[in-house]
Design a protein around this ligand. Structure first.
Ligand code: GLA
Length: 385
């Protein structure tokens, strides 16, 4: 068991907020922080993490009593680290990330970041709404990707760690009218909660004063083995989607909702990722149309690494899931431990509305109007099998 010394050093570096757990263990830990506290208490701590855009950046650490530890920065709403146990009792980090802010200021491909105002692509960086044409930044060939040149992943959010209930962190950001070409002042909040069931719940809320597209997601890259050199081709994936959105050569959906039957996109029965990836030009980077049977927030996908026994379950209110198999990773970036991150070193499961929805009237709408409340929830749950 790790003892108080570690907690004390957190206190020196920043602030520690104990969570009132509603049981004796939690209360004792909270009341006797100077002598009996251990890291088995659920808590949120914060530490200064540098500065950018003239603003202070913080790194928050959420821990639960199972010993899961998730670090999130208010720079980009970025999950920088996610340490969980394996079946042998070891612990490792299951997401790509860096230990310092400088790694993120060098613009890695969205490692762990909150993505907005619009996750994924909008064709030709253009859309029209209420009779007006809007020009966005073309930061991915002729298309716009993940919010433009300075999306929500590259701004400093206001942060409020919570000290009651389970450990949580709420981030908020006001994206002003015309930022990256989008209409309306959009106020977004993203609440991260780490539960005792080893779930990270991410709850997105937004309001606008003018109609605008909104599509918020998280861009964590997972490798459940904790060892990027092993890659993710041996991971097993299940996705509850009978259809996907095929794309053109610039990764814009053609508009068709195509059956996965008889294709390498059929993950309705579990398959390893490597099994059929050679049949998918460029690798998997596609939006799956989730079946969404069974409640508001059903299990929509799971990913498993049999060597460590770790399984990641994804639950969401969203209609789509972008499965990206890390095709553009190429060994030039180094993970926090200095290991080069190879192609397919990690993968993303981004819950979302479909790419290019503002130009695809048959897709579920992404337009948020004044007076409406944008509200989506995604839960990533880690179990050991
Ligand atoms: C998303 C996209 C990919 C790629 C990555 C970032 O997941 O779908 O095509 O741009 O982000 O590299």
């Amino acid at each position: 068991m790790k003892k108080l010394t570690m907690v004390s050093s957190l206190l020196v570096a920043g602030s520690l907020f104990f969570v009132s757990c509603g049981n004796n263990e939690g209360k004792t830990a909270s009341a006797n922080a100077d002598s009996t506290t251990t890291t088995t208490s659920a808590a949120v701590s914060s530490a200064p993490w540098g500065e950018t855009d003239g603003k202070q950046v913080q790194l928050f650490t959420l821990v639960n009593k199972k010993g899961t530890q998730i670090k999130i920065s208010n720079y980009g709403g970025t999950i920088t680290s996610w340490v969980v146990a394996d079946k042998a009792g070891g612990k490792s980090n299951i997401v790509l990330g860096f230990d310092s802010l400088s790694g993120y200021l060098a613009k890695p491909p969205y490692f762990g970041a909150t993505i907005g105002r619009y996750g994924n692509r909008i064709a030709n960086a253009k859309f029209s709404l209420d009779g007006q044409n809007y020009q966005l930044a073309a930061n991915n060939g002729k298309n716009t990707l993940h919010g433009g040149n300075k999306g929500f992943d590259k701004v400093v959010w206001d942060a409020a760690p919570a000290t009651d209930g389970t450990p949580s962190l709420t981030l908020s950001y006001l994206s002003k009218e015309s930022e990256e070409g989008y209409p309306g002042n959009l106020k977004s909040t993203v609440k991260f909660t780490l539960t005792e069931d080893n779930e990270l719940q991410i709850e997105y809320n937004a309001e606008t004063d003018k109609a605008t597209p909104v599509n918020l997601t998280n861009h964590s890259y997972f490798n459940l083995s904790g060892d990027v050199s092993k890659g993710i081709l041996g991971h097993t994936l299940w996705i509850d989607a009978d259809r996907y959105t095929p794309v053109d050569t610039t990764l814009i959906p053609t508009g068709e909702l195509k059956s996965v039957k008889g294709t390498p996109f059929d993950f309705t029965t579990p398959h390893t990722i490597g099994e059929r990836i050679a049949q998918v030009p460029g690798g998997y980077d596609h939006n799956f149309v989730l079946n969404k049977k069974g409640g508001d927030m059903p299990l929509v996908a799971w990913l498993q690494d049999s060597t460590t026994g770790r399984k990641l379950e994804v639950y969401t209110t969203e209609p789509g899931l972008q499965f990206y198999s890390g095709n553009f990773l190429d060994g030039t970036l180094k993970n926090r431990d200095g290991q080069a991150i190879p192609k397919h070193g990690a993968l993303c499961l981004e819950t979302q509305h479909f790419p290019d929805s503002p130009n695809q009237p048959s897709f579920p709408t992404t337009i948020l109007k004044p007076g409406e409340k944008y509200h989506t929830v995604t839960r990533y749950k880690i179990t050991i099998q």
